[in-house]
Ligand binder design. Structure first.
Ligand code: SAM
Length: 259
C-alpha cells in the first residue's frame, strides 16, 4: 500500500473515499433536476422544494451506495439548510469561512478517513493510569488533534516524555500553542514517523488504518512496548486489556503489547 496520509481501505463497492462519493453525487442529481424543471411542464418547484427533492434523492442514493450513515443525513439536509440560510440573509462569506476552517482541520480526513473527534477526559485519565511508571518513558499520540490527550498526560504524568504528530494545519497549530513546553508536536503524517523510540503509542483514529498501523507498530516498536487504541480494534488481534470508559460515546481503551 502506498505511504501517505491515507492508510485506509476503500469503501466496499466504491473506488473513492466516502466524502468524495457523498459530495460527488450532488453534481449529477442537480444536473438531472435542473434539466427536469426545464423540460417537464409545470415542474418548477420553489428553491426550497427543489432542495428537498434533491436532498431526498441524495439520501436514497447515499444509502444505495452504502456510504457511512452520517453522509446520508448530511446529504439530506445540506441543500435545504443552505437555501433556508440564504433566504434569511446569511452572508455567503460565512460559508466560505466555515469551509476554510473545515479544510484546515479536516481536509486530510477525505483521504485518511480519520475525522477529527476528541478523546474524552475519562479516556485520558484511563490512558494516564495505563502507562507504566518508569522514568522518561516516551509516548506519542498519532494524530494528536487539538492536543487534549497530551495536555491531560502532561498534567497527570509529568514523568513522561510526550510527542505528537498531526496532519491538519489548524489542529497542529492549536496543539502546538496549547502544549508549548509540555510536549513536542510535529506537523506531518503519522505514517512517516519512526515508532522505534516510543514505549507507548496512543491512537484515536478510525477503523480504516488499524491493520496497517498495527503492522507498522509491530515492525518498528520494541517488544514489550504498548500500543493503545481508543475505541478502534485491530482486526483479528485480541488486545491484552480492554478498559471500558463509560463516557458519552461508550468508548474503550484497547491495549496491546508488542510481541
Ligand atoms: C479522531 S482525531 C483524535 C485527536 C486526538 N488524538 C484526541 O484523541 O483527542 C484524529 C486526528 O488524526 C489526524 N490525522 C488523520 N490522519 C493523519 C495522518 N495520516 N497523520 C497525522 N495525523 C492524522 C486528524 O487530523 C485528527 O486530528
Amino acid at each position: 500500500m502506498r505511504a501517505g496520509v491515507e492508510g485506509a481501505t476503500p469503501t466496499p463497492g466504491s473506488r473513492w473515499p466516502p466524502a468524495v462519493s457523498a459530495l460527488g453525487l450532488h453534481l449529477p442529481l442537480w444536473a438531472a433536476l435542473l434539466a427536469a424543471t426545464h423540460v417537464l411542464p409545470g415542474a418548477a418547484p420553489d428553491r426550497l422544494g427543489l432542495a428537498w427533492v434533491e436532498g431526498g434523492l441524495a439520501f436514497v442514493l447515499s444509502r444505495a451506495l452504502r456510504l457511512p450513515p452520517w453522509w446520508a443525513w448530511i446529504n439530506l439536509f445540506f441543500f435545504p439548510l443552505l437555501v433556508v440560510l440564504l433566504e434569511h440573509g446569511f452572508a455567503p462569506a460565512w460559508a466560505l469561512a466555515a469551509l476554510a476552517v473545515l479544510a484546515l482541520t479536516s481536509l486530510g480526513s477525505v483521504r485518511s478517513r480519520v475525522p477529527l473527534f476528541l478523546s474524552s477526559d475519562r479516556a485520558v485519565a484511563a490512558l494516564a493510569a495505563s502507562i507504566p511508571e518508569r522514568p522518561d518513558l516516551r509516548v506519542i499520540d498519532l494524530g494528536c488533534g487539538w492536543g487534549g490527550p497530551l495536555a491531560g498526560l502532561a498534567r497527570r504524568r509529568p514523568d513522561l516524555v510526550l510527542h505528537g504528530v498531526e496532519a491538519a494545519p489548524l489542529n497542529w497549530l492549536i496543539a502546538r500553542l496549547r502544549l508549548d513546553g509540555l510536549a513536542r508536536v510535529r506537523l506531518g503524517n503519522l505514517w512517516a514517523v519512526d515508532l522505534a523510540p516510543y514505549d507507548v503509542v496512543y491512537a484515536y483514529l478510525s477503523p480504516a488504518p488499524m491493520s496497517r498501523l498495527w503492522a507498522k507498530a509491530c515492525r518498528e516498536m520494541r517488544p514489550g512496548s504498548l500500543f493503545i487504541s481508543n475505541s478502534f480494534e485491530v482486526p483479528g488481534v485480541a488486545p491484552e486489556r480492554v478498559i471500558p470508559l463509560d463516557d458519552l460515546t461508550q468508548s474503550k481503551l484497547l491495549i496491546w503489547r508488542i510481541p
